[in-house]
Design a protein around this ligand. Structure first.
Ligand SMILES: Nc1ncnc2c1ncn2[C@@H]1O[C@H](COP(=O)(O)OP(=O)(O)OP(=O)(O)O)[C@@H](O)[C@H]1O
Length: 296
C-alpha cells in the first residue's frame, strides 16, 4: 500500500503543466484551422462515405489489437502503405479541390477580424439577382434556351475547365447575348461565381434519375446532374416552352415565376451581417471593467 502511494506521489510530482508560448498558441490555431477545413471538405464531398469506411476499418484494427489477433495486424501493417496510396489516387480530384479552396480563402482575415464595424457578407449582390431574373424571363419570352449554374460553397473549377473562360461582370444583356442561337457561346452551360460569369459552353454531368419526366431533354438532365454532384443552384430556361426551372440538391422545380426565382436566389445569396466590432467591444468592456476596479 505504501509502495502504491509512493509511486502515485512520485508520478504526480513528475506531472507538470507544460509552458505555453506564443508559438504553441499559433500551432494550436493552425491545427484547429486545418482540422476545420478538413471537416468542411468531408462534409461537402463524397469523402464523407470514405471517412465512415475508414472509421469502421480503424475499429476493426482496434479490436484486433485488443485481442492480439497477430495475423490480422500483420496483414494490416503490410497493406497500410498500399491503402494510403490507393485512397490518395481515388480521391485525387477531391484533394485538389480542398487545396484550391484553401488557396482562395483569406486565411488571416477569417481567423482574425481586423476590420472594425459591420460587414455584409454575401455570395453575390442584389443587382446580380435582378440581372439573372431579368435575363431568364426575357429569354423565356422569346424561347431562347439557357443553362446557368451558380456556384455556392463547392468550387466548380472542374466544370469551368470544360468551357471557354470569360470572367465578365454578370449583366442580363451579356447572358442574353451568350445564349443567342447560332452564336459560338450558346451551347452548353454558363457558370456564375459571385458577380461574374466565369465561363460559357461548359459541359455538365447528365443525371440518370429515372424519375425525371421523359419530356425533358439533355439541358434539364444536365442541370439536375450538376445539382446532384455539387451544391450549386442551376437555372434552366426551356427552348421548347420558355419555362424557367431551377435544379438544386438533385431536385428540379419546374416552371417557377420571377418572384419564386428571386426567392431562391436570395436564399443562395446567403446574405449575412457580420459584426466585426464584437472583438473591439469585448476588449473595450474588459478595459472599462479594469478601470472601474482600479477606481474603487
Ligand atoms: N451535358 C451538357 N452540359 C451542358 N449543356 C448541355 C448538356 N447537354 C445538353 N446541353 C445543352 O442543352 C441543349 C439541348 O437541349 P435539349 O433540347 O436536348 O434539352 P431540353 O431539356 O429538352 O431543353 P429544351 O426545353 O430547351 O428543349 C444543347 O444544345 C446544349 O446547349
Amino acid at each position: 500500500m505504501q509502495d502504491f502511494s509512493g509511486n502515485l506521489i512520485e508520478t504526480l510530482s513528475r506531472l507538470a503543466f507544460p509552458k505555453i508560448g506564443i508559438i504553441d498558441i499559433i500551432q494550436i490555431a493552425l491545427i484547429a484551422f486545418f482540422v476545420y477545413q478538413f471537416m468542411v471538405w468531408i462534409k461537402y464531398t463524397h469523402a464523407y462515405t470514405l471517412l465512415k469506411g475508414i472509421l469502421v476499418v480503424l475499429l476493426f484494427i482496434l479490436i484486433a489489437y485488443i485481442f492480439r489477433m497477430n495475423t490480422i495486424l500483420w496483414i494490416f501493417s503490410n497493406l497500410a502503405s498500399t491503402l494510403i496510396v490507393g485512397v490518395i489516387v481515388i480521391f485525387q480530384p477531391e484533394l485538389r479541390k480542398v487545396l484550391e479552396q484553401l488557396g482562395q480563402k483569406r486565411i488571416m482575415a477569417s481567423l482574425i477580424p481586423f476590420d472594425a464595424g459591420k460587414e455584409v457578407k454575401e455570395r453575390f449582390t442584389d443587382k446580380t439577382i435582378s440581372e439573372l431574373v431579368k435575363a431568364c424571363f426575357d429569354m423565356g419570352e422569346v424561347k431562347t434556351g439557357a443553362l446557368i449554374v451558380i456556384e455556392q460553397n463547392e468550387l466548380l473549377t472542374d466544370y469551368i475547365r470544360t468551357g471557354i473562360n470569360l470572367d465578365a461582370i454578370l449583366t442580363s444583356q451579356l447572358l442574353i447575348n451568350i445564349f443567342e442561337h447560332n452564336t459560338p457561346l450558346h451551347d452548353g452551360a454558363v457558370i456564375v461565381r459571385e458577380n461574374r460569369i466565369v465561363a460559357a459552353t461548359c459541359y455538365l454531368p447528365l443525371s440518370d434519375n429515372m424519375e425525371l419526366s421523359k419530356q425533358l431533354g439533355t439541358r434539364h438532365r444536365a442541370g439536375v446532374g450538376i445539382s446532384e454532384q455539387t451544391d450549386s443552384v442551376t437555372i434552366i430556361v426551356s427552348e421548347e416552352t420558355g419555362q424557367v426551372s431551377v435544379a438544386q440538391g438533385g431536385k428540379l422545380t419546374r416552371s417557377v415565376n420571377s418572384a419564386k426565382l428571386r426567392e431562391i436566389l436570395v436564399r443562395a445569396q446567403n446574405k449575412q451581417v457580420v459584426d466585426n466590432s464584437k472583438l473591439r467591444h469585448l476588449l473595450k468592456g474588459r478595459v472599462k471593467h479594469e478601470e472601474a476596479k482600479n477606481n474603487r
